[in-house]
Ligand binder design. Structure first.
Ligand SMILES: Cc1ncc(COP(=O)(O)O)c(C=O)c1O
Length: 384
C-alpha cells in the first residue's frame, strides 16, 4: 500500500536511529548488548505488585491532566527535601508520559518560528528534532573533550536577542559528566537580564557518583524561575518502558506547558501514577540508586582496566565512555559495527550525538546490566 500524494518530510535528516541499528545488529550477531541505554534487570517486585493492586482497584481511566494529586504532592516533598525548592503541586508540577514527551512539550510551549535554542553537544537525540519541528533553530556548543566541561564564556557568545531557550543535561547522556555548582552559577550569570528559558534535563538526577551532589536547577532560585526541569521515573525505578516522568516549572511556564501536554497526551498512565506515589513513601527507593549504579560503574571499570581502551571520567548516568585510539583509528561508526560483528560486543558510537558527527574515537557502553553480562563483554574487550 502506498500513499500517492506527496509528503515533504519535516525531518528530512532523520532516519532510523543508531540505537535501533545497533540493537538490530547486536541481535543478528548474537552480541552482548551494551548499546541499549536501559537496564537488563527487572524493577522491584513491590512496584509491580502496587501497579497490579491499583489496576485491580479500578484505577484504569484517565487521570487528571497534570497527574494525580497524590503523586504531585510526593514529588513536591521530594524536591523540597533534596533541593530546598518549593514547587506547588496544583500549578507547578505536571506528571507526564516520560522525559521525551516532557522535552517536546516544553520546547513546543515556548519555541516559535525563527527562535534559536542553544544546545550543548553531544546531546540526547530528541532535542534537535523537537526544536526543528517547532520552527526553531539549534545553535550548537561542543562540550570540551575529554572531560566534557563547559566554557561558559563561549556559551555566552551564542546568546543573542533571538535565543529563546538553552537546553542542559546533568548527569549527562552520553558522556557521564555532571555539572557542578560553579556551572550553574555561571549559567545563571549569563542568563541574567535575558528572556532565555532553561530546559534542564535531569532524568539521571539519582544516578550520580563519588559523593557528588546533583546540582538541580531547582537549587538556584534565579535559574529555577526561568526553567523547566525534566525528570523520569523510568530511569529512577528501572522502568523505562512505563514512560512516566514529571516537569517542574514556575506557574507561568507550567501553564503554557500544560496547554501543549493536554493536546499531546492529556495525561499519563493512571495505575502507575498511583503505584509510584505509594512507592515514593520509601525514600530509599531513590536515595540508594546512586550507590547501586556506582557499584556497577566501579565493577565495569575494574573489568576493563588494563585493556587497550581508555576509560573517560564517569561521574553520573549509566554510561561509560571508552576511547579506543590505541586500538584503531577507524571512524567510531565503523569500529562500533566491527566490534559488534567480530568481537560480539555492541556499543554506541558517540559521533551520532553531534550534528557534525564529531569523532573522538569514543564509544558509549551502558553498564545498567547484570554483572555476568558485563563480565562477558569485558572479557571480549580485554582481547582487543
Ligand atoms: C538525557 C535523556 N533525556 C531524556 C530521556 C528520555 O526519558 P524517558 O525515557 O523518560 O522518555 C533519556 C532517555 O534515554 C535521556 O537519556
Amino acid at each position: 500500500m502506498n500513499f500517492t500524494g506527496s509528503v515533504k518530510s519535516k525531518l528530512p535528516g532523520v532516519g532510523t536511529t543508531i540505537f535501533s541499528v545497533m540493537s538490530a545488529l547486536a541481535n543478528e550477531q548474537k552480541a552482548i548488548n551494551l548499546a541499549q541505554g536501559f537496564p537488563d534487570f527487572n524493577c522491584s517486585p513491590k512496584l509491580i505488585e502496587l501497579v497490579n493492586h491499583y489496576m485491580k482497584m479500578g484505577m484504569n481511566q484517565y487521570s487528571p491532566m497534570p497527574g494525580i494529586m497524590g503523586l504531585r504532592e510526593k514529588i513536591a516533598e521530594k524536591t523540597q527535601a533534596l533541593y530546598g525548592a518549593v514547587y506547588k503541586p496544583e500549578t507547578e508540577i505536571t506528571v507526564v508520559p516520560g522525559g521525551t514527551h516532557a522535552i517536546y512539550a516544553a520546547v513546543s510551549a515556548v519555541v516559535r518560528d525563527g527562535d534559536e535554542v542553544v544546545v550543548l553537544e553531544p546531546c540526547y537525540d530528541s532535542y534537535v528534532p523537537a526544536i526543528e519541528l517547532n520552527g526553531g533553530r539549534a545553535v550548537f556548543y561542543e562540550l570540551k573533550y575529554p572531560d566534557y566541561h563547559i566554557d561558559w564564556n563561549e556559551v555566552k557568545k551564542l546568546i543573542n536577542f533571538k535565543t529563546r531557550m538553552i537546553m542542559i543535561n546533568t548527569p549527562h547522556n552520553p558522556t557521564g559528566s555532571v555539572m557542578g555548582e560553579s556551572d550553574m552559577l555561571q549559567l545563571q550569570k549569563i542568563l541574567d537580564n535575558t528572556d532565555v528559558v532553561v530546559l534542564s534535563d535531569e532524568v539521571y538526577e539519582h544516578i550520580i557518583f563519588d559523593n557528588l551532589q546533583h546540582q538541580s536547577v531547582a537549587r538556584f532560585p534565579k535559574l529555577a524561575e526561568r526553567s523547566f526541569i525534566v525528570s523520569s521515573f523510568g530511569k529512577t525505578f528501572h522502568t523505562t518502558g512505563w514512560k512516566l516522568g514529571y516537569v517542574l516549572a514556575p506557574e507561568n511556564l507550567s501553564k503554557e506547558f500544560r496547554k501543549v501536554h493536554q493536546f499531546m497526551a492529556f495525561c499519563a498512565n493512571t495505575p502507575i501514577q498511583y503505584a509510584i506515589a505509594d512507592y515514593l513513601n520509601d525514600t530509599d527507593t531513590y536515595l540508594q540508586l546512586n550507590q547501586f549504579y556506582e557499584d556497577k560503574r566501579n565493577y565495569f571499570q575494574k573489568l576493563v582496566k588494563g585493556s587497550n581502551f581508555k576509560l573517560l571520567p564517569c561521574k553520573g548516568s549509566y554510561f561509560q565512555m571508552l576511547n579506543y585510539a590505541k586500538i584503531t583509528q577507524e571512524r567510531d561508526t565503523d569500529f562500533a559495527v566491527r566490534l559488534t560483528k567480530e568481537h560480539k560486543v555492541a556499543s554506541i558510537p558517540t559521533s551520532v550525538f553531534y550534528h557534525k558527527n564529531t569523532d573522538n574515537n569514543v564509544l558509549r557502553f551502558c553498564f545498567a546490566k547484570g554483572n555476568e553480562t558485563m563480565e562477558k563483554a569485558a572479557e571480549k574487550l580485554m582481547r582487543l
